[in-house]
Design a protein around this ligand. Structure first.
Ligand code: FAD
Ligand code: NDP
Length: 426
């Protein structure tokens, strides 16, 4: 049993949705393109799962957040794929791939062949078991990567109103889920190994602002330690979390956000890997000519930083996917991907954006007592990164533009005094 396509996108997440839009814009013919996804629904904007999806009132639900609404583009419903002759093979896991033969074998036993493959398999959430802690399959322990996880989290949350949640991990999932839990009237304790949350991006001063804000919302922090075990009752529910420092936190539910691993397994030994991802060039082409890699799973050259990076953010997934399709459909007119890294988050009434790279010296500016504030990173005499909390659309565009230009900075004191004004004047 088998089917053949010109283009196959493996994975049906954010990158797949934006790649499909780009294929359609560039005129793919009906029957040429197929998307294979383990998820049972058409591509959607994954960031909604830790934000609008978890709201207690008028929560976001599909079909409202199918790609590509997150970039103010068309919303690609299953009907859209049908109208464009794009085959959606949903609820189907690919269990092996043969890049030389250009075939994929699905768990249902079908062989799908292609001329060009775009790998958009994203990543999976790391599990506590991988750190030697057992019990995370208990009913009230939640991870968050896909729609099924989000539905489970909503169910568990609804049964815990007024109760206690322990959030494990101080990264993006921890920060956003903690806020959503508070909004759902659940008491939250966050536990993470570092001295501050968002340690990989936030400076201690930035983290301290958000932590104080969280404390004002009733969130408690247990820093510098990790979970060692769960207390589980006869109903297979966690009742308490035991930490490595010996303390015990009663829990009605647990949310775990301890990082991800890119889904590269199908291609190990067949394609070159780097920094945990599938190595791609400036056209997002992997080490085998007919294969491209985009989104969370791809490690590609970030020209501006002069380094190969694997980025785990939605803007990178959207733009790398579109660039790969441009490179495939119009190779003559498509140059090297020239990407400015962009990360953002929204929690409670707060909202921040970051552009570029967070290396070098940091200059903070603005009002850290609850107003608008930010930071610049200066490396080898150039502005390389910018962070802004509470900016307007125009201000965010301004810091993005300034960061891309990497202006020379020879007076750090001046940069501090000018603050946001510096970016406005670049
Ligand atoms: P994914 O969107 O993860 O899609 C991968 C797809 O491949 C999935 O459909 C998966 O089922 C499928 N797949 C994998 N293996 C197989 C297989 N063998 N067979 C078939 N299908 C397979 N980023 C931001 O910048 N801002 C945010 O606010 C933000 N919020 C987020 C909130 C949550 C809850 C999560 C989980 C992530 C968030 N991110 C955010 C990160 C962002 O969503 C990812 O960077 C983005 O989804 C990556 O897109 P992708 O297409 O590479 O991977
Ligand atoms: P992150 O990598 O952001 O954070 C993981 C956190 O868990 C870190 O604080 C990490 O510490 C900590 N940690 C690691 N191991 C353990 C452990 N054994 N016990 C306790 N804590 C541990 O991953 P997330 O899980 O938060 O997010 C998953 C993915 O989703 C990421 O790709 C992220 O980009 C994406 N996402 C993005 C959002 C956004 O951009 N707004 C929102 C939500 C998700 P350490 O640093 O020391 O390893």
């Amino acid at each position: 049993m088998g089917r053949a396509f010109v283009y196959v996108i493996l994975g049906g997440g954010v990158a797949a949705g934006y790649a499909a839009l780009e294929f359609a814009k560039r005129g793919v013919s009906p029957g040429e393109l197929c998307i294979i996804s383990e998820e049972p629904v058409a591509p959607y904007e994954r960031p909604a799962l830790s934000k609008g999806y978890l709201l207690p009132e008028v929560p976001a639900r599909l079909p409202s957040f199918h790609t590509c609404v997150g970039a103010n583009e068309e919303r690609l419903t299953p009907k859209w794929y049908k109208e464009h002759g794009i085959e959606l093979v949903l609820g189907t896991r690919v269990k092996s791939a043969d890049v030389k033969r250009k075939t994929l074998l699905t768990a249902t036993g079908e062989t799908i062949s292609y001329k060009i493959l775009i790998i958009a398999t994203g990543a999976r959430a790391l599990r506590l078991e991988e750190f030697g802690v057992t019990g995370s399959d208990a009913e009230n322990v939640c991870y968050l990567r896909d729609l099924a996880d989000a539905n489970r989290l909503v169910d568990v949350m609804q049964s815990c109103t007024g109760g206690n949640a322990v959030v494990i991990g101080g990264g993006y999932i921890g920060m956003e889920c903690a806020a959503s839990l508070v909004i759902n009237k659940i008491n939250v304790t966050m536990v993470f190994p570092e001295a501050q949350f968002m340690a990989r991006l936030f400076t201690p001063k930035i983290a301290s602002f958000y932590e104080q804000y969280y404390v004002s919302k009733g969130v408690k922090f247990v820093k510098g330690t990790v979970l060692s075990s769960f207390e589980i009752d006869s109903n297979k529910k966690v009742t308490a979390v035991i930490l490595r420092d010996g303390s015990r936190l009663p829990a009605d539910m647990v949310v775990v956000g301890i990082g991800i691993r890119p889904n590269t397994t199908l291609f190990e030994g067949q394609l070159t890997l780097e920094k945990g991802g599938i190595k791609a060039n400036g056209r997002l082409q992997a080490s085998y000519e007919s294969v491209y890699a985009v989104g969370d799973v791809a490690t590609f050259p970030v020209k501006l930083i002069r380094e190969n990076r694997r980025l785990e953010h939605v803007d990178s997934a959207r733009k790398s996917a579109r660039h790969a399709v441009a490179a495939i459909m119009d190779p003559e007119k498509t140059g090297e991907f020239d990407y400015l890294p962009f990360f953002y988050s929204r929690v409670f009434a707060l909202s921040w954006q970051f552009y570029g790279d967070n290396v070098g010296e940091v200059i903070h500016f603005g009002d850290f007592t609850g107003g608008k504030f930010g930071a610049y990173w200066v490396h080898k005499g150039h502005l390389v990164g910018s962070f802004l909390e509470g900016g307007t659309k125009e201000e965010y565009e301004t810091i993005a533009k300034a960061t891309r230009l990497q202006p020379v900075i020879d007076d750090l004191a001046m940069l501090e005094t000018q603050g946001l004004g510096f970016a406005l004047a670049v």
